[in-house]
Ligand binder design. Structure first.
Ligand SMILES: [Zn+2]
Length: 72
């Protein structure tokens, strides 16, 4: 969440000026929190879910192809 030190307020990301300054006082906005969020490492269990999803969808794709071949 962008934070303006001068105004002591949190700003909605879409209200921050395109140059990264506060729309009210035009001071530079602290977006360190945002950067931390963006660079935060993805938790390992996320990849477990991704691998499981890919494996499941891959299996369903194979099943679908086998079904299609069976129809011919
Ligand atoms: Zn401000």
């Amino acid at each position: 969440m962008p934070w303006c030190d001068s105004c002591d307020v949190y700003l909605a990301p879409n209200t921050v000026a395109t140059d990264g300054c506060c729309p009210t006082c035009h001071a530079e906005v602290d977006t360190a929190d945002d950067k931390n969020l963006q660079t935060a490492k993805v938790p390992w269990h996320f990849w477990v879910v991704v691998v499981a999803l890919v494996a499941y969808l891959g299996w369903r794709l194979i099943e679908g192809i086998v079904w299609l071949v069976g129809q011919v």
